[in-house]
Every structure is written in structure tokens, then in C-alpha cells.
Design a binder for this molecule. Structure first.
Ligand SMILES: Cc1ncc(COP(=O)(O)O)c(C=O)c1O
Length: 417
């Protein structure tokens, strides 16, 4: 028997499965399970007919580039389109500063490889996107969590952490943030807080990594496009690496996303990406570019806003019916997620086992906290399930909650930094 463990690198040994992917597998194996776990887009809302037409015409054209390897940086017309797309978000840039990536997840992975050595500190929000945590941990970075309040990152905590690290002779490489309808909390960072973060980065000579897959999906009447203005839009001195994606607006199957970075870093990201995949799938990029050129994106995004706003409303009403006064949540103003805080003594991981027996799953919030806290929190994605199943799923969750609340509670261990 070969002992494969003995062949693994330190990083290879430490790599961990994403808890969200694990939950996705559970749901895929049993279609009766109602899943609020992965942040999947609504399959009924994909622009199926448009994609069929585009795919047919691309293949009928028999142009080599559609099925050929392409430039690592991305399909040129798509890069040019992206310059104008981010322009509508207030970001002034050029194709020199943009790289198409294979999902934003690859962007995060490349940024981690490029900026972090083992033991380097990266600052992340408490809680933060689990996929970013995994990417940063894979390069053996040391992740330090910054508290958030309702307006976003807590600047006092950020400053005190940076001071503490400085006293230890450590300088964080960057702060990673998701200001628009954050994954996992769904919250929108205030504009004042965004400006303060940029000021902090200037004052402390730090970089920001801004991840923005959900900004276009604000709910009409609840948030305005102006409130989703990226930090990058006001980045006069090149401190922000900005990531965005077509996964939530067109379809994640295309795996087409992009990074806007200062020119010097953009070319290094391109070099790092070469070793990962040579280029993002050419067919995918052509599909996405054609969808943008033919106006599918522009027509489709307002439909999605209404669709997700409706589903979010259904979930909130169901939560009010089942858990009003017992659990807390902030109504999201866009995006895919509703973040629920259960009473402190309820362990969301343990409750998940009861939920699974009743045929509903979510992500227990602890997965999003790098300091091991958050045991009583739950991330619910309202994006993928149908309205009927959302109501049924919350009912099942409510039953599991009542059952769990009736149990004598063992104290929940909370690890603080
Ligand atoms: C905050 C955040 N960043 C990145 C990603 C990865 O997206 P992509 O499909 O573009 O890889 C996700 C997906 O859920 C996300 O929520």
C-alpha cells in the first residue's frame, strides 16, 4: 500500500473541503432536500433561449478563435466591453488593467499566490466569504478577522488590530472586503465606511481587495445603484484590486469573471494565471461577450433584481411567521443571502443535523468566521429554491428550531482570537 499522505506538501495536507460545496453535494444527491446552502443563481431565471441562439450562431460561424486557446488576459472584445461595464460603476480603467479570470474564485486564488507568503497576514471581515478564506489559507496565510457593524467594517477595530500587528512587527498584506450585499451577511457597506477604508489604506500604506459579484443585484426601492459604488471607483492611487463576475448575472457555468488591478500587478496576475489554465475557456468568453453585445445582460439584470427581491420577501415573511422574536436578521437590500442570528445558546451546526433529517439545509455560520466564533449564526441563500420550497423549507427549519430550543443546552465553545 502506498502511503500517499507522505507525498503531500504541507499545503496539500492542510487543504480543506469547502463546507458550502459539501452541502451542495448533499442536496444534489437528494432532490427532496430543500437547499438554502450554496449561493446558486435561480435556474429558472437563466436566459436559456438567448444562450441557445448565441451558441448556435457561434458554432455555425466556424471561427477558429471560438474553440481555440486564446490570450491569457482574455478575449479582446470582452476586455473592451469590461472597460465600459466597470465605467458604469464609476471605475475608470483600460484593458491594460483588466484580466479575465475563470470565475472570481480564480481571481482570489491568483491574488493569494501573488501577494501572500506562508505566515503573512491577510485581514478579512468577521464573517467573510468562505471561498476567499480557503484561497488565502491554501497559501498558508495567517487570517485575522475584523469586526463589522451595520455600516460595514469597524474602523476602530481595524485600527487597533493594525496597531497590535505592527507592535508584533507584522504588516498585513491587504484587507479583503465584499461591500455589496456581502456573502454571507447580505449587508451593504455604507458609502462613508467605504471612503474611510480607502483613507485607512492610504494612511497605513495597505492594499484593499474588493470583491463585487452582487453589486448589480440591488433591490429596487431598497437600495440605489449609487449606494453600490465600488471603493475602486474612488481609488486615485491604485490601492484597490477589484473583482467581479458574470456568475450571478448571466450564469456561473461560463466561469467568466474579471479583476481590475493596478497595471504593475495586472501583468503579474496574467503571468500567474498562465500556469493555472493558460486562458479562461474561449467558448465561454465568446458566449458572455455575445450576451453582452446583444443586450442580454442589460435586459436580464432588471428581471433578476425583481426575481430575487421577490424570493427574499417570501423567505422573510416565512421567517417572520416561524421565528419572529426568537431569531434576528437584517432585511437584505440586494444579493442572494439572508443572515440569521439564533439565540446565543443555539448551535447552528447541531441544529443543521435536525434540519437535515427534516429535509432542509443551510450553511452553519461558523464556516465564515476565521476566529472560530459565530456558532449561533446561519446563512440562508434565497436565490435558488422556488417560492413554494422556500416557505416549506423555513417551516421545516422552524420545527427543527423548536426541537433544538427544547433541548437542555450544553454550553457552546467559542474560540476568540
Ligand atoms: C463574494 C464572492 N466572491 C467570489 C465568488 C466566486 O464566484 P465565481 O463564480 O465568479 O467564481 C462568490 C460566489 O459565490 C462570492 O459570493
Amino acid at each position: 500500500m502506498i502511503n500517499y499522505e507522505s507525498y503531500l506538501s504541507v499545503s496539500g495536507t492542510r487543504m480543506q473541503q469547502s463546507p458550502i460545496r459539501q452541502m451542495g453535494t448533499v442536496a444534489a444527491q437528494n432532490p427532496d432536500i430543500i437547499s438554502f446552502a450554496p449561493g446558486y443563481p435561480a435556474p429558472e431565471a437563466f436566459a436559456w433561449d438567448d444562450y441557445r441562439e448565441i451558441a448556435t450562431s457561434l458554432l455555425a460561424g466556424r471561427q477558429g478563435g471560438v474553440l481555440q486557446y486564446g490570450p491569457t488576459r482574455g478575449h479582446k472584445p470582452l476586455l473592451e466591453f469590461l472597460v465600459s461595464l466597470v465605467g458604469t460603476r464609476g471605475i475608470r480603467t483600460s484593458t491594460d488593467d483588466i484580466i479575465v479570470t475563470t470565475g472570481s474564485q480564480q481571481g482570489l486564488d491568483v491574488i493569494a499566490r501573488l501577494l501572500l507568503d506562508p505566515g503573512d497576514v491577510a485581514l478579512v471581515e468577521l464573517p467573510s466569504y468562505a471561498g476567499a478564506i480557503t484561497a488565502f489559507r491554501n497559501v498558508r496565510a495567517d487570517l485575522v478577522g475584523v469586526r463589522q457593524d451595520r455600516a460595514g467594517v469597524d474602523l476602530d477595530h481595524l485600527d487597533s488590530l493594525t496597531d497590535r500587528l505592527a507592535r508584533e512587527g507584522r504588516r498585513p498584506k491587504f484587507l479583503y472586503v465584499v461591500p455589496n450585499f456581502q456573502n454571507p451577511t447580505g449587508q451593504l457597506m455604507s458609502l462613508a465606511r467605504r471612503a474611510a477604508l480607502l483613507e485607512w489604506a492610504e494612511r497605513r500604506d495597505m492594499l484593499l481587495v474588493e470583491d463585487d459579484p452582487y453589486g448589480a443585484l440591488y433591490f429596487e426601492g431598497a437600495a440605489t445603484p449609487a449606494e453600490t459604488r465600488p471603493i475602486k471607483a474612488d481609488d486615485a492611487s491604485g490601492r484597490v484590486l477589484y473583482l467581479s463576475s458574470f456568475s450571478k448575472t448571466l450564469a456561473p457555468a461560463f466561469r467568466v469573471a474579471w479583476v481590475v488591478a493596478p497595471t504593475a500587478l495586472a501583468s503579474r496576475i496574467e503571468t500567474a494565471k498562465q500556469a493555472l489554465d493558460l486562458c479562461t475557456g474561449s467558448f465561454d468568453q465568446h458566449m458572455v461577450y455575445e450576451a453582452c453585445r446583444r443586450g442580454v445582460l442589460d435586459r436580464h439584470v432588471p428581471v433578476l433584481r425583481a426575481h430575487y427581491q421577490h424570493k427574499c420577501g417570501v423567505m422573510e415573511r416565512a421567517l417572520r411567521d416561524r421565528l419572529q422574536g426568537q431569531a434576528h436578521w437584517m432585511p437584505p437590500r440586494g444579493g442572494f443571502f439572508l443572515w440569521v442570528e439564533l439565540p446565543e445558546h443555539i448551535d447552528a451546526g447541531r441544529m443543521l443535523e435536525r434540519c437535515l433529517r427534516r429535509g432542509v439545509i443551510y450553511v452553519a455560520g461558523r464556516a465564515f468566521f476565521v476566529d472560530g466564533s459565530g456558532a449561533h449564526t446561519v446563512r440562508l441563500a434565497f436565490s435558488a429554491a422556488s417560492a413554494d420550497r422556500i416557505v416549506e423549507g423555513i417551516n421545516r427549519m422552524g420545527e427543527a428550531f423548536s426541537e433544538e430550543s427544547a433541548q437542555p443546552q450544553a454550553p457552546v465553545a467559542v474560540h476568540q482570537e
